[in-house]
Design a protein. Structure first.
Length: 402
């Protein structure tokens, strides 16, 4: 059974001789304290009777408060012990005084700082943008978790749609971060579960068409004539390499060096998921690697010479900026190449990933193997490509209706 005692914290006396009065809880030989927010000089504390001496001008009010809160705390401790619930000082303090309102924006920034500390600068920057939009909407006002309810989310979604011209899926991504902040606040004991609006509010999303190239389109794209030694040629070849080598992401491909290639495989850690992969490069990919091999190759040379050799790879922000800038340049050239190849699809580098996945499944590669090679953390991420391939089968069966 736990014991509750009102104590004057002599160990906390400041230079003016003033110290706080706490409630001390002892359970299983472990001691914890709960503040009363009352501080008095040592000369005004009656240690024998555990109360404020009558000479203190607020003795009556303080003693009444201490007596009542002590009785409440004893009841809370008894109830938690009886019901075999966890006995924590935070829970007891909340039961005693109620939870203090927590500033949502302040806590959201603390949550986002963890991404910055983990060098996940892309995610950090995206979340910072989400927080900035919310700050603009509030026009400098603060907002507590309790103020964000279903009505607030509905109005904010409308604002994002009209003011920022955000699509449903973009709004959904913003709301997923807001939901994460709520979940983190609950796990850390800052809010109660029932005030989370996402218990009821459902984040909306809409299906988007996934662009990918068929095998004949990929061949057509790879055969587009370009001037030798140009960035247009390099970007074409990088797309084809990714589309034939497990859909490697542009951020990872840009940073691949010759030290990552052992003659048959590329070994690297995926930036997005921190997953280690060893990919066997098919013949087409091997030909493209050899094409860009310098005469005096160094292990520190990039496999495809698209990234600046002068960038400090230990500077995560510089690397992130470099990848973003080069991705935009590559995507611009891919649209030029698509037009030259007479491919009427919205080409960007991620299409190479979709292309590899759909071609692999059409070649009867097991979906679990496709998922692993893509570096997916969940098979559900890969199922979308299976659905695309199944549509081909549906089209084949529809022919029997003619």
């Amino acid at each position: 059974m736990a014991s509750v005692t009102t104590v004057f914290r002599k160990d906390k006396i400041n230079q003016k001789g003033i110290a706080p009065i706490n409630f001390r809880i002892i359970k299983d030989r472990k001691i914890s304290y709960i503040t009363t927010d009352i501080k008095i000089p040592l000369i005004h504390w009656d240690e024998k009777n555990k109360k404020v001496k009558s000479k203190h001008p607020n003795s009556v009010r303080f003693n009444s408060f201490l007596l009542n809160k002590h009785a409440e705390l004893v009841d809370h401790v008894f109830n938690l012990n009886t019901n075999e619930k966890s006995l924590t000082s935070r829970k007891l303090r909340d039961n005693l005084y109620g939870k203090k309102p927590v500033d949502f924006l302040k806590f959201a920034k603390e949550v986002n700082e963890e991404y910055d500390k983990a060098d996940q600068v892309g995610t950090y920057d995206k979340n910072s943008s989400i927080i900035k939009k919310l700050e603009d909407y509030l026009n400098g006002s603060s907002i507590m978790f309790q103020d964000i309810d279903i009505e607030f989310l509905t109005k904010y979604a409308s604002y994002l749609k009209t003011k920022h011209n955000n699509k449903i899926n973009t709004i959904g991504k913003d709301f997923k971060f807001i939901r994460k902040v709520f979940n983190d606040a609950y796990r850390q004991g800052h809010i109660e579960h029932h005030i989370n609006p996402f218990n009821v509010y459902k984040i909306k999303s809409e299906k988007t068409d996934i662009d990918f190239l068929l095998e004949d389109e990929l061949e057509k794209f790879g055969n587009v004539e370009t001037t030798s030694g140009t960035r247009l040629e390099l970007h074409r070849d990088m797309f084809v390499f990714a589309a034939t080598t497990a859909g490697i992401r542009i951020g990872d491909l840009l940073l691949l060096k010759w030290k990552n290639f052992n003659g048959t495989h590329v070994d690297f850690t995926m930036t997005k998921t921190n997953t280690q992969l060893s990919l066997k490069v098919p013949n087409k990919g091997l030909d493209l690697i050899k094409k860009y091999k310098p005469e005096n190759v160094s292990k520190e040379n990039f496999l495809f010479p698209a990234f600046s050799e002068t960038v400090d790879l230990n500077d995560v922000r510089a690397v992130d900026r470099g990848i973003s800038g080069r991705t935009a340049y590559i995507n611009k050239n891919l649209k030029i190449l698509a037009k030259k190849a007479e491919i009427e699809k919205n080409l960007h580098f991620h299409v190479s990933r979709h292309t590899w996945a759909t071609i692999a499944l059409r070649k009867k590669v097991d979906i679990f193997e496709v998922s692993k090679l893509l570096g997916h953390s969940n098979i559900r991420e890969t199922m979308i490509y299976a659905k695309i391939v199944n549509l081909d089968l549906d089209t084949a069966m529809d022919k029997f209706n003619n």
